[in-house]
Design a protein around this ligand. Structure first.
Ligand SMILES: [Zn+2]
Length: 410
């Protein structure tokens, strides 16, 4: 009997890894200290070149832990997009031939039916700590430094890292980028995202869960085979909390001013009116290069409707999946045109900015104000001295130029 993905097992796992958020008393910035991840296998040397071992028919690389047939090299499957039994004999598949399931250990032996596969990261940022423990929030710890209480003026403050860290192998073929995905693979990937994020949300264990993708060693990937990562954070990350605070302040001001459009509707309306930074739009989504893009050719996909990603309809999920694939394809083509002498593939990150599943009591006014959006960030420049020195990023390509470039290749 297959259990559905929604029955997420939130039993606390033994803490075998210590990671710790530490607060810098001078800057007020948090760092997650995680030892042991350097032991993770990397095929960085092979990351940016095609494998010579690749079987062109099956598109498998026998040395790759993420390819179909190498499942024993990774932790056991937590969830997978699997072919329904009834569809096994078909020669061509459609999206309805698949179901997203959490396999039991015995079914795990039937390894050949997955198209997207999820497992716990062997080298996680954090693991579930013992539940029920009363851990202070980031804000409570930040307040310690400036508290008048003489007993709580310690300079070195930390919170243990608690959460869940999963890997999503989004193709069973040894491909590198979303631009190489079939329509079916793209749709299955986003349906698995929705399923896993819904399971994490419904478990009630996590304040903030999101998906990200690193492609190429320049973007931090340690494996060439296309994959994504998903984290469930027990605590609301400080940056996300600050964004919610800004949304609350905007919301109060807009009501005072008597304006009707919420923050995200106002931003998208303004971008659509200006047009210069818009790459494409539909009834549901806008693809654009934000006004104050921190990175060159930073591109965002933002929904025009206010629904949590976990509750998207199939149609919305499928449209988003194809739009993400199309955006990556356009970015890669733009790179080829912009740097014709550089044959190396584009390195990039995709980062989902999700809506928090749980807000701290001081931010409850922010419920419903955030919107799930997708940032696509080509790795063209690295943070250098100026950026580190004053915390302001330098972007050498104006978003208007970037959008123009992308409109031509979209
Ligand atoms: Zn592979």
């Amino acid at each position: 009997m297959k259990k559905t993905i929604n029955t997420f097992d939130n039993n606390a796992k033994a803490l075998t890894l210590d990671s710790e958020y530490r607060l810098d008393p001078a800057t007020g910035l948090w760092t997650l200290i995680v030892e042991g991840r350097e032991a993770r296998p990397s095929n960085t040397g092979r990351n940016d070149v095609e494998s010579t071992l690749l079987d062109s028919e099956t598109q498998r690389d026998p040395c790759c832990p993420f390819c179909l047939g190498s499942e024993s090299q990774t932790p056991e499957t937590v969830a997978k997009a699997a072919l329904r039994l009834a569809a096994r004999e078909k020669s061509e598949y459609v999206i309805d031939d698949f179901e997203i399931v959490s396999p039991t250990p015995t079914e795990e032996f039937d390894k050949s039916d997955w198209f997207v596969r999820v497992f716990e990261n062997k080298y996680p940022f954090f693991r579930m700590n013992s539940t029920g423990e009363n851990v202070p929030t980031f804000k409570a710890v930040e307040r310690v430094l400036t508290s008048n209480e003489s007993t709580s003026n310690a300079l070195f403050n930390s919170i243990s890292g608690r959460g869940r860290h999963e890997v999503v192998v989004d193709s069973r073929r040894h491909v590198r980028s979303w631009s190489e995905f079939t329509e079916l693979e793209a749709k299955l990937t986003f349906r698995v995202f929705r399923s896993r994020l819904r399971a994490l949300r419904d478990s009630g264990c996590f304040a903030y869960s999101f998906v990200f993708k690193n492609v190429g060693s320049g973007a931090g990937a340690s494996q060439r085979h296309s994959h994504c990562q998903l984290t469930g954070n027990v605590e609301l990350p400080p940056d996300v909390g600050r964004e919610i605070e800004r949304l609350i302040r905007y919301e109060r001001a807009r009501k005072t001013r008597g304006e009707t459009a919420s923050f995200w509707d106002a931003v998208l309306n303004a971008e659509l009116q200006a047009r210069s930074r818009v790459v494409d739009f539909s009834e549901r989504f806008v693809v654009y290069c934000p006004y104050a893009s921190r990175f060159p050719v930073q591109t965002e996909i933002c929904p025009r409707f206010n629904v949590p990603f976990e509750d998207y309809s199939e149609d919305a999920i499928d449209e988003l999946a194809l739009l993400a694939r199309k955006t990556i394809t356009a970015l890669e083509e733009a790179k080829r045109r912009f740097y014709p002498d550089d044959p190396s593939p584009l390195d990039y990150n995709v980062v989902m900015k999700n809506v928090p599943a749980r807000l701290t009591s001081d931010l409850l006014e922010g419920v419903g104000l955030a919107r799930p959006r997708w940032l696509i960030l080509p790795s063209i420049v690295k943070k250098a001295g100026y950026e580190i020195g004053c915390g302001v990023d330098i972007n050498p390509i104006a978003p208007e130029t970037a959008a123009q470039l992308l409109r031509e290749t979209f």
